[in-house]
Each structure stands twice: as structure tokens, then as C-alpha cells.
Ligand binder design. Sequence first.
Ligand code: HSE
Length: 347
Amino acid sequence: MHRLALIGFGVVGQGFAEILGEHGAAYREKYGLDARIVAVSDLMKGAVYHPDGLDIAALLAHRSDLSQYPDAPGLVRGLDALRTIRETNADTIIEVSYTDLKTGEPALSHIRAAFESGKNAILTNKGPVALAYRELQALADAKGCYFGYEGTVMSGTPSLRMARKDLAGCTFAEVRGILNGTTNYILTRMANGDSYTDALAEAQRLGYAEADPTGDVEGFDAAGKLVILVNTVFGTQIGMDDVARKGITGLTVADIEAAKSENARWKLIARVVREPDGTIRASVAPEPLPLSDPLANVNGATNAITYSTDLMGAVTLIGAGAGRRETGFAILSDLMELHSSKAHASR
Ligand code: HSE
């Protein structure tokens, strides 16, 4: 059995809880995956813990105020994040607090505390992986813990896992992707004649944009994802400052129209190139792509990634890059990986 503690109960945590609530019985039957949420701790909404497991329907019914979660013998209230990680019987910590790409906190401390307590950690939060992947993976390995971070790039679309597992054995000469939904949505709307301001406001309304959309439109979000991709897939360590970064705010309506007349579309392209001498070059910048390029036809908030490989040629994956269910699914996909590795180890 997997005992889960959710640190944070915002959109992503709720999305994951919904998936588990709706499909948990089927997963148990089909995959032998018996997962229980034993604790939830959210800075704003409160905290509940029961060693035998919490009722998912009741959690979701009181999603905005966990103090209303019904009393039960053995129920513990009010544990903060670190106490939840250290003192509950959870064996896997699901870290879904807010993203900070500058310090990685508070998530970074949560993940460290999880591994130091010998617990697995799964997160969708880019900060800790972009800033401290090597340290965290080493800590997880030293403690024999699982570290899942699939949802940090392209939400539940398996962009990292496809490269790490399914394309293992290939060498990547180049990876190019549309890794930010907000900017792709804005560029798509602008190509259809809408203004930048209206398109950004709509992207915020639809929940694609980060709390501060500067992170999206100036390319920081895509750069963070690129750093994660390089560090976890290429095995080379780079930082945010190693990514040459340019956002979309300098693009004018005239630029968009000029591309259109040349059968091209502007896309914010995140790119990693492995030079013949092994040097890795990483960049995020808008590029006009000819319509014959598969990435030119990825529109709206959808993301895509093309791996140029030695053995398989170009492999392109297109799918969601954000969203409640889509990011909730990313957590489930890591939990499935953890589950199958445990099942394998016990054979
Ligand atoms: N703000 C991000 C995007 C959300 O627009 O892609 C997912 O990381």
C-alpha cells in the first residue's frame, strides 16, 4: 500500500485527488496500485491527517477550508508541511505547493525533508528540479527513495519519461520544443488578429499563466523546463543562467503578419543542441517556423517536443502542458512508476 501526504491542496493536488477518487478502485484491480491519501497540509486551507487514510470525497467537498473536514477518531488537525512530512506515516510525499524559480522554496525544503526522512517524493513544481536536481537525486539515491518529477515539463504528457525510458539508448543531437502554453496561446491568438493584451488576459483567465505572467512571456518558465530537461535527460548540469533567453514581448503585429505572408508562424522555441565537441547549448527564443515544421502546427495552449536522435530520427510528442487533470495525471504517472519499481524489486 502507498500512503500519500499532499503538501499543498491547490488545483494540481485537487486534480490528483479527483483522479484517485474516481479511478482508485479500478487501479487497484488492474495494476494492484493501492494508494491512500493519509494527510493533506495546505498553508491557507489547513491540514488533516489520519493514519488509516482520509476520505477523498470529504477532502474535495471541503477543498477550500479543511477545518470543515468531518471529525473522526484518530484524526489529527493542523500539522504544518514539515511536521506532515516528518511525523505522519506517509511513505510518499506529493509536493504541490507553489512554484518559485528563484529560490525553489518552500518546496525545496519539503523535498529535502522527505528524503532525509526516508520518504519518496513526487512533485510537479519546477523550482526544486531546475535549481537543485543533482543534489536532490543524490539524496534520494543515498536514502533509497524515489524521486518523481515528470509533471515539471509538459504536465502529464510524458516528455521526460519518453526520453529517459522509451528512447534510452539513443543519443540526442538536438531537442526543440514548445514548452510554455501561455505564450503559444498568445501567439496563436495574435496570428488570428487578436491583440497581445487581450490574448494574455484570456490566458490568465483560463489558468494557463503563472501567478506572475512575466515568467511566461519573458521565457523564464520555458527556460526552467529546459534546464530540467538537460539535467534529467542529458545528464549534464546547467543552471537558469546558462540558457540564452528571449521572450515574446518584443514581437510586433508587423512581425506576425510578415511571418504569415511567408507561410510561417512564430513559436517560442526552447532548444538544446549538443555540439560535436559535446558542449550543450540551450536557448529560448521566438522563431518563425515554416508550416511544414510539425511544431508550427501546434496551436493554442498545447505543448510539443521533438527529440532528434541518432537511432530513431526525429520523434515528436504533442500534448497538454498544463491543467488540473493533466498535471494531476503527471503525479499518478510517477506513482505508477514507483509502484512498478517496488513490485519489480519484491519479485
Ligand atoms: N504557465 C505554464 C504554461 C504552466 O503556460 O505553460 C505550466 O507549467
